[in-house]
Design a protein around this ligand. Structure first.
Ligand SMILES: C[S@@+](CC[C@H](N)C(=O)[O-])C[C@H]1O[C@@H](n2cnc3c(N)ncnc32)[C@H](O)[C@@H]1O
Length: 437
């Protein structure tokens, strides 16, 4: 039987929502089952369902007396897949319905064929009636459904950003752009832009601070000029601020703590090829292997260490570093537009333990910094507890630490980039100096 993409999409969404697996694990895990030409469709359906999960769940609730439970859950997700296609994709309705109904066979649930068909047909009628009566989404019963985010998270964003919270939630629902990092040790940005234009790859914008290039549309990396030689890498413009802010100098001993998969390690080496040494540390040796792959593609090298940043006694030789990048493990709430599964995988209760882990790693990593040296603290979170409040508490406790003032802070403790600002991911940076005693 040919593989049914809708059935696989339903199973993947089921694994993410009910079993806590990530899209980054589940999509590659299933990709050997499908043809290369169908990968985009599978990705679009899975990401879309997870972007609009509360709204789709609410629609199913309106159309069914009792939700499908237990062993029938994969068919419940199939209904979400069907409704998502009808509402948000450009697939002709008849094809979306027939393919979704046919997926019941692949899910070994042929007995639900008529039910899935009936629900999708009812949805089409409901959509038509709503359009005719111009009934918009004004009547949705909760903010979670209206904004398609978990309530705990909406509350935290409202509290932190009373003026901007709706913009933040809307930006999280957007499909992210593709940003490129030009390897400035190989080409100037101006020259690489010319090669892109010659290759008929449109550039939509350039970030004036980092030189990051936003492409007009997502492009296969193998079509990027000299990609395999390391001339360019895919990296969001927000992440590309790290190497610039760290500002490594010739002869520096540099530590990239929490380095995997190595995007920022490589960027630092591209911008400052004459540093004395680069140590890239990560607790996860599988992810550390990806640092090695990235270094090799670009023709760079670093000392890789698989260890716990909160326990330097295991690996540290006693030589302090001039510059440290601490890209701390975090809630990843700044990158929801790239990973919509974060909304359902992350729980409110995770935040406290993440804050405590960050505090611990920051304190231990600080002891590895030379007096006079600088440490750049970074997260891809938008929650103040992990960012400005974390740094404020650290500065209050650590007498030899001071915040280096940067124009980007605009009077705040650190630079909080909100998702969608200049079309960047949400990110946070604070640059600290160790005082000379
Ligand atoms: C935000 S990611 C780093 C991204 C990376 N800097 C880049 O630009 O490609 C955080 C990393 O922290 C690592 N990590 C988590 N806990 C850690 C710990 N206790 N010690 C060292 N690394 C840790 C994770 O394995 C993960 O790779």
């Amino acid at each position: 039987m040919p593989v049914n993409i809708r059935a696989i999409a339903a199973q993947i969404c089921f694994s993410v929502v009910d079993k806590g697996r990530s899209l980054a694990e589940e999509i590659p895990h299933n990709s050997s089952r499908i043809a290369a030409k169908d990968k985009g469709l599978l990705q679009e359906i899975c990401y879309g369902v997870l972007r609009y999960l509360p709204e789709l769940e609410y629609t199913v609730q309106q159309l069914m007396d009792k939700p499908l439970k237990g062993k029938q859950r994969s068919c419940h997700f199939l209904l979400l897949v069907g409704i998502y296609q009808l509402k948000y994709m450009r697939i002709p309705d008849h094809a979306a319905v027939s393919e979704t109904v046919a997926a019941t066979s692949s899910l070994k649930a042929k007995h639900f064929k008529n039910l899935v068909n009936a629900i999708l047909r009812s949805f089409q009628r409901m959509q038509k009636e709503q359009k005719e009566s111009e009934e918009a989404s004004n009547h949705l019963p909760s903010d979670a459904i209206k904004y398609n985010h978990p309530s705990w998270f909406i509350k935290k964003v409202q509290l932190a950003y009373p003026e901007q919270w709706q913009g933040v939630l809307a930006a999280n629902q957007e499909k992210p752009p593709m940003w490129l990092r030009v390897n400035q040790s190989q080409n100037t940005i101006t020259d690489y832009k010319k090669t892109l234009i010659d290759a008929e790859i449109a550039i939509a914008a350039e970030d004036p601070l980092s030189g990051a290039l936003k492409l007009g549309q997502a492009t296969d990396v193998n079509k990027l000029p000299d990609f395999s030689e390391g001339a360019a890498s895919v990296q969001d413009a927000a992440a590309q601020q790290a190497a610039r802010l760290l500002d490594c100098q010739s002869g520096d001993k540099v530590l990239d703590s929490c380095a995997a998969p190595g995007g920022k390690t490589c960027h630092i080496l591209e911008l400052a090829p004459d540093i004395e040494s680069m140590t890239a540390l990560d607790i996860d040796d599988k992810r550390l292997a990806r640092v090695q792959e990235n270094l090799e593609r670009i023709g760079l090298s670093a000392e890789l260490v698989a260890a716990d940043a909160a326990d330097p006694s295991i690996w540290w030789q006693g030589d302090q570093f001039d510059r440290i990048l601490l890209d701390a493990p975090c809630s990843a709430t700044g990158v929801i537009r790239r990973h919509p599964d974060i909304k359902w995988l992350r729980k409110a209760s995770d935040i406290e333990s993440l804050v405590s882990l960050q505090r611990d790693i920051l304190k231990k990593t600080w002891s590895l910094l030379k007096p006079g040296g600088t440490l750049l603290y970074a997260t891809c979170s938008i929650l103040p507890a992990e960012n400005s409040e974390q740094i404020k508490a650290f500065l209050a406790e650590q007498e030899d630490a001071e915040l280096i003032d940067l124009p980007e802070y605009q009077g705040n403790i650190g630079w909080q980039i909100l998702p969608g600002e200049q079309d960047m991911d949400g990110f946070y940076y604070a640059k600290l100096r160790k005082k000379l005693s």
